[in-house]
Design a protein around this ligand. Structure first.
Ligand SMILES: Cc1cc2nc3c(=O)[nH]c(=O)nc-3n(C[C@H](O)[C@H](O)[C@H](O)COP(=O)(O)O)c2cc1C
Length: 310
């Protein structure tokens, strides 16, 4: 069990924010398969402030996905405070602040990883969000700017002092992007330096590995991102089923959730991408993926997947 603020999270396993992937259908699926908390894709504070429809669509939620955290990104404390006031209306259980995204379109405006270069600004942002938020606020950051400039410990202490309810550390640096491996030593160091819950993140590919990482680092929670794609069983001790017959119910459920919550005609490329990911480890899987990518519409895709069950 994990306690964040006053909220009990049933297990330490959390679905990471994944831009382009961790939308409502995928979050619901991961909750059904054992993720105890799910985090939205990063949401632009400006998009919220200016009521941009693309951003507002990202706030789609459903009672059965709770607890859910909505993640905000931005670099201006005042805008972040205003965006928080908007987020309150959508009743998340937590608001997370992105202080680790290395994407150029985010960092060039001073947000995400770029905040690691300006801890004072990061502090102002955190205080501004906390001042407006109806729910506990958490921070997600990286090990540091590069190998020589580790910022995670300073960020964790600053976050704790400001009143953040938890901190997530992805054990890569900004300069690493997604290359190399995550350094879990930094997760242990952060854990030793604060009393708020520390959530470790980076390269966890199974439930068992998550438990081992917790034991080694002493961290309180495990966040899993890429390994959950096409594999919601990563949140379960038994892991991914070894045969196609047991994989298909998850694919069919995911398609059903996408049908319920997405505009399936417009999002076909996205749906094919999610669906194709379930079929990476079986003989004949490349032919299945080819067929998925060739499906002209959602209904044909759905009937193709159903045909695999027979
Ligand atoms: C496609 C993709 C999108 C991501 N989007 C976000 C995001 O919106 N916010 C964020 O804080 N991190 C984002 N991340 C980083 C992940 O949350 C996570 O920190 C990183 O992938 C390491 O964890 P993993 O090895 O379990 O994937 C993203 C990563 C990927 C691969």
């Amino acid at each position: 069990m994990l306690l964040i603020g006053k909220k009990n999270i049933a297990s330490p396993f959390i679905l990471a924010p994944l831009a382009g992937y961790s939308d409502l259908p995928f979050r619901l699926l991961c909750r059904e398969y054992g993720a105890a908390l799910v985090v939205s894709e990063m949401i632009s504070c400006h998009g919220l402030m200016y009521d941009q429809q693309k951003t507002i669509r990202m706030l789609a939620s459903n009672p059965s996905e709770h607890p859910v955290s909505f993640q905000l990104f931005g670099a201006d404390p005042e805008s972040m405070a205003k965006a928080t006031a908007v987020l309150n209306n959508y009743s998340p259980d937590f608001i997370d602040i992105n202080m680790g995204c290395p994407a150029r379109k985010v960092t060039k405006k001073g947000a995400g990883s770029a905040l690691m270069k300006d801890i004072k600004l990061a502090e102002k942002i955190l205080l501004a969000v906390i001042s407006q938020s109806n729910v506990p606020v958490t921070v997600k950051t990286r090990a540091g700017i590069d190998k020589k400039n580790t910022t995670a410990i300073d960020f964790a202490k600053m976050s704790e002092n400001c009143g953040a309810a938890a901190i997530t550390i992805h054990g890569r640096t900004w300069s690493q992007g997604f290359r190399g491996t995550a350094d879990w030593g930094i997760v242990s160091e952060v854990k030793k330096s604060v009393t708020i819950p520390v959530i470790g993140n980076g390269d966890v590919t199974s439930h068992l590995q998550g438990l081992l990482r917790m034991e080694e680092s002493g961290c309180d929670g495990i966040m899993i991102g890429r390994a959950a794609l096409g594999n919601p069983w990563v949140f379960q001790p038994e892991g991914r089923p070894g045969n196609m017959r047991n994989i298909l119910p998850a694919v069919i459920r995911h398609l059903e959730l996408m049908e319920n919550y997405l505009d399936t005609d417009r999002q076909l490329a996205y749906i094919r991408n999610h669906t194709g990911r379930y079929f990476s480890t079986f003989t004949g899987s490349s032919q299945i993926r080819k067929t998925i990518y060739a499906c002209p519409d959602f209904h044909e895709l759905k009937s193709f997947i159903s045909s695999l069950t027979t």
